[in-house]
Design a protein around this ligand. Structure first.
Ligand code: PLP
Length: 403
C-alpha cells in the first residue's frame, strides 16, 4: 500500500506568494476595474540585456548546425561559464581559493536550496532566521526535519533584524545577506562572527547571496568567502534572477568548495563537493546550453554595465519607498544595499490587517511579514522590483492616503 509523505501535513497550507496572489485576485473580483500596483512582487520588471539576447540567439543558431549542436551538457555546468564565475565573482574580488571545480551551475537558487538537504546527515540540527525566505524551512519540513531539529533564530527590532550567534552548537545554519525579506545586510565583522562560530562547532553554513549584486557599501561582503576560513565551512548559493532578469530564464550557481572540512558519522572525511557532484549527476541533467551562453554574456563589459544599471534602478525604487514610509512615521529597515523594504505601523496591527488596509486604501499590494515566520508578524515587505513609474505612483498613493 502506498503511503504519502506525511511531512507535508506539517507545512503551511499554501506557499506564501500563492496566498498573496489569491487575496489580490479576490479583491480585484470584488472591486472590478481597481488598478492594483504590485509592490509585493519578487519578480523583476526590466527585460534581459541586449548582449544576453544576442548571445542566446547565437547559441540557438549553433544548436541547428551539426558542429554547434549541444545535447546533454556536463551536470556541473559548462566550463566556459564556471571559469568566468571563478574569475569575475571570486578571483577578481580578491578571493583566490575558489576555482571552477568548486562551482556548480544550477537552474536557479531555489532548487539548490531545496536540494542541498540531500547532503545532510539524518539527525542534524538546523538554524534558520525568522523571518526568512520560506524555502529553507519548508524544504527541511518536507525532508522530515520538523520539530526540535529546527531552531529558529529570531530577527526583530531588538537585534536590528540580525540573528544572534547561538550559545549552543547548531549543525547547519542558513544565512541570507542582503536579506530577504528584511533587506538588512551583514558587515564583514558580523559575518566573521558566524564563520568563527561554524569553525568552532564544525557547523555548515548555507550562505544565500541571491542579492549580492545590490551591495554598494565597502564594509559589506559580496561573498561569504571574503571571510577567512569560510571555504572550510560554507556553501554559497547565487542566482542570476534578481541580478540580471533571469527569473524566467532560470540560471544560478552554487559553490561547494573542495576544501570544506566535514566527516561522516564514522569519522571518515566527507567531500561535500564530490557528494554534490554525485547528487547532481544522479538527479539533475544540467542547465541548457543556450541559457548558459546567455549567463556568460553577463560577464562581458556590456553585461556588467547592465547589471549595475538595473540594480541601481531597483535600489532607487527601494530607497524612495524607504524614505516615503519613514516620512509617514513607519518603522522601516532595508532599502539600502537591498531591493527590499521591511516596515511596520507599530500600532498592534497584524501583517494581514496591514496588508488589507494598504490594499483597500491605496490599492497597493505587499507581502505580509508573518508569512516569513512568526517574528515577521506586524511587518510588511515592499519590493523595488516594479518599474520606476509604478513605484512613484505607489508612493503618491501612499502619501495621498496618509494625508
Ligand atoms: N534566495 C532568496 C533569498 C530569494 O529571495 C530567491 C527568490 O526570490 C531565491 C533564493 C530563488 O531565486 P531563483 O530565482 O534563483 O530560484
Amino acid at each position: 500500500m502506498f503511503i504519502a509523505n506525511d511531512n507535508f501535513t506539517r507545512l503551511p497550507e499554501s506557499y506564501l506568494f500563492s496566498e498573496v496572489a489569491r487575496k489580490i485576485k479576490d479583491y480585484e473580483k470584488r472591486n472590478p476595474g481597481c488598478d492594483i500596483i504590485r509592490m509585493d512582487i519578487g519578480d523583476v520588471s526590466i527585460p534581459l540585456a541586449p548582449v544576453v539576447i544576442e548571445e542566446m540567439k547565437k547559441a540557438l543558431n549553433d544548436m541547428g548546425t551539426p558542429a554547434g549542436f549541444h545535447g546533454y551538457g556536463p551536470e556541473q555546468g559548462y566550463l566556459f561559464l564556471r571559469e568566468l564565475i571563478a574569475d569575475f565573482d571570486y578571483s577578481k574580488r580578491g578571493i583566490s581559493n575558489i576555482d571552477s571545480g568548486d562551482i556548480f551551475i544550477s537552474d536557479g537558487a531555489k532548487s539548490d536550496i531545496g536540494n542541498l538537504g540531500d547532503l545532510f546527515g539524518r539527525n542534524v540540527s538546523i538554524g534558520i532566521a525568522s523571518p526568512a525566505y520560506p524555502v529553507y524551512i519548508d524544504a527541511a519540513i518536507m525532508a522530515g526535519r520538523a520539530g526540535n531539529k529546527i531552531h529558529l533564530l529570531p530577527c526583530t527590532a531588538n537585534n536590528c533584524f540580525k540573528p544572534e550567534i547561538p550559545d549552543k552548537p547548531i549543525d547547519v545554519i542558513y544565512l541570507c545577506y542582503p536579506n530577504n525579506p528584511t533587506g538588512v545586510a551583514l558587515s564583514r565583522e558580523e559575518l566573521k562572527g558566524w564563520i568563527d562560530y561554524a569553525l568552532r562547532n564544525k557547523s555548515l553554513i548555507i550562505y544565500d547571496s541571491a542579492y549580492e549584486a545590490y551591495v554598494r557599501d565597502e564594509e559589506i561582503p559580496h561573498s561569504v568567502y571574503e571571510i577567512e576560513g569560510a571555504d572550510k565551512v560554507a556553501i554559497e548559493v547565487r542566482s542570476f534572477s534578481k541580478t540580471a532578469g533571469f527569473t524566467g530564464v532560470r540560471c544560478g550557481y552554487t559553490v561547494v568548495p573542495e576544501s570544506l572540512d566535514f566527516s561522516f558519522e564514522d569519522g571518515s572525511r566527507a567531500s561535500l563537493n564530490k557528494m554534490w557532484n554525485r547528487r547532481q549527476s544522479t538527479k539533475f541533467n544540467g542547465v541548457g546550453y543556450i541559457v548558459q551562453r546567455g549567463a556568460a554574456a553577463l560577464y562581458t563589459p556590456e553585461g556588467r554595465a547592465y547589471i549595475k544599471e538595473t540594480t541601481d534602478t531597483y535600489m532607487g525604487n527601494a530607497s524612495s519607498l524607504r524614505n516615503a514610509l519613514l516620512s509617514m512615521g513607519y518603522r522601516v529597515v532595508g532599502g539600502e544595499n537591498s531591493p527590499y523594504v521591511w516596515f511596520s505601523a507599530d500600532n498592534g496591527m497584524d501583517s494581514w490587517q496591514l496588508f488589507s488596509m494598504i490594499l483597500e486604501n491605496a490599492h497597493l499590494s505587499s507581502t505580509p511579514g508573518s508569512g516569513f515566520g512568526k517574528e515577521g508578524e506586524g511587518y510588511l515587505r515592499f519590493t523595488g522590483f516594479n518599474t520606476p513609474a509604478n513605484t512613484s505612483e505607489a508612493i503618491s498613493r501612499l502619501k495621498s492616503w496618509f494625508n
